[in-house]
Design a binder for this molecule. Structure first.
Ligand SMILES: *Cc1c(COP(=O)(O)O)cnc(C)c1O
Length: 401
């Protein structure tokens, strides 16, 4: 097959960044990397001591280390990011029958966590720069359909209460929380940040760095197998609010009242706490996180060096007032004609997969999934414009080795 000039140019450039040892080697999008960590030693400690479940000391140590790294006052470890989102949304007051404002460009878990509580995702458009939910689109939509009554916000069209906003830091690029929180505050809508992909991503305000997840009320980070660091499965909630933290901890451990032997529970809650085994793995990787972030930055710089001469694509970069962890390094195809866009995208993905390079397109916009096609939504032109443009490149830190 004769490749289009663009596909060959992109694939040649990627191969200059990723020098495979064997042509048959499979290059995944983001793989775990445990070299030079104490992972095995800490897991051995769990097994030998018998503390493998959620009552062990590594869970507390992991939470403390996350606080130290992110600057959060409190952290609560949970079994995965989806569960973390559901827990945070419930604790902030999202209830059955509510609507929750979410972007359509995200992994399905963002909307699913809303649905798991019996609430409905309400899709708001994204912005070009960060790929995150747009403060302008949010304000416009709220002015269109929002109604304040007794300190609550309702959707005039559906009659349902709008009880939270969930911005997503897409691929580790910080969304514009500064503008978003202004709009949310003016309506009195709480913010749960889906920072699942954003460990090591920061906003820069004046001379300060604020970690993603700490501008809103609660932030959720994931440690799934393909994230920057992984606990096998896992997540953590970060917040600066002590009341929220206590409530999250309580709800994540069956709302059991502290007592040496009695079993008394004051709410119907969940068993969401992260096991010790997983936390030990996470702790070991947090000890080398600065190095991992440096490796990611170097990988990004290499891609930039080899891809910047291709006019038809753009490498997505973080803005001046933020620092991305470059979790998934991303290109955008720049030409306008839809039929050409679809054709080039298909060819690029097809040929890359033939070469065992696992390039990946952005998620199908959530409002186009059958399960969410009837959800309420604003105008989603920008998100839809990205559907066929955005491609993630293999981004494991160890690719620079
Ligand atoms: C990974 C991810 C989640 C879910 O995290 P899990 O730990 O896999 O449950 C949620 N939102 C986004 C944007 C993610 O990338």
């Amino acid at each position: 097959m004769i490749l289009s000039k663009l596909t060959s140019k992109i694939l040649n450039s990627i191969q200059k960044v990723i020098r495979k040892k064997k042509s048959t080697d499979l290059v995944q999008l983001h793989e775990p990397f445990f070299e030079d960590t104490n992972c095995l030693e800490y897991i051995k400690d769990c097994v030998e001591s018998g503390w493998v479940s959620s009552a062990g000391e590594w869970v507390n140590k992991f939470e403390e280390k996350i606080c130290m790294f992110t600057g959060a006052n409190y952290a609560v470890a949970v079994t995965n990011g989806t569960v973390g989102l559901r827990l945070a949304l419930h604790s902030i007051g999202v209830r059955h029958g509510d609507e929750v404002l979410v972007p359509p460009l995200s992994f399905v878990a963002t909307a699913n966590a809303v649905s798991h509580l019996g609430a409905t995702p309400h899709f708001i458009d994204v912005e070009n720069k960060s790929l995150g939910i747009s403060a302008i689109a949010l304000e416009k939509r709220l002015n269109e359909i929002g109604l304040k009554k007794n300190g609550k916000v309702f959707n005039k069209e559906t009659g349902k209460r709008i009880s939270a906003l969930v911005p997503v830091h897409v691929f580790g690029n910080p969304a514009d929380l500064f503008s978003l929180s202004k709009v949310a505050k003016s309506w009195g809508i709480p913010i749960i940040e889906d920072a699942a992909e954003a460990l090591g991503s920061w906003h820069k305000i004046d001379n300060k760095k604020i970690h993603c997840g700490l501008t809103g009320d609660i932030g959720v980070i994931s440690f799934n197998g393909n994230k920057l660091i992984t606990t096998g499965g896992g997540g953590i909630l970060i917040t600066n609010n002590e009341k929220f933290a206590n409530n999250l901890r309580h709800l994540s451990t069956t709302a059991k009242l502290k007592h040496q032997w009695e079993f008394d529970h004051d709410e119907i809650a969940w068993n969401d706490r992260l096991p010790n085994l997983n936390a030990a793995m996470g702790y070991a990787q947090l000890e080398v996180i600065e190095n991992r972030l440096l490796m990611k930055r170097n990988l990004f710089d290499l891609y930039k060096k080899y891809l910047s001469n291709i006019n038809e694509i753009e490498l997505i970069e973080s803005s001046d007032n933020s620092i991305s962890n470059y979790w998934l390094i991303t290109i955008s195809l720049k030409f306008d004609e839809l039929s050409r866009l679809k054709k080039e995208r298909h060819e690029l993905l097809f040929e890359a997969h033939n070469m065992k390079l696992m390039l990946r397109p952005i998620w199908k916009p959530l409002h186009k999934l059958n399960i969410y096609q009837n959800s309420p939504k604003g105008n989603l032109t920008v998100a839809e414009n990205f559907e066929y443009r955005i491609i993630n490149l293999p981004s494991s830190p160890q690719l620079i080795l």
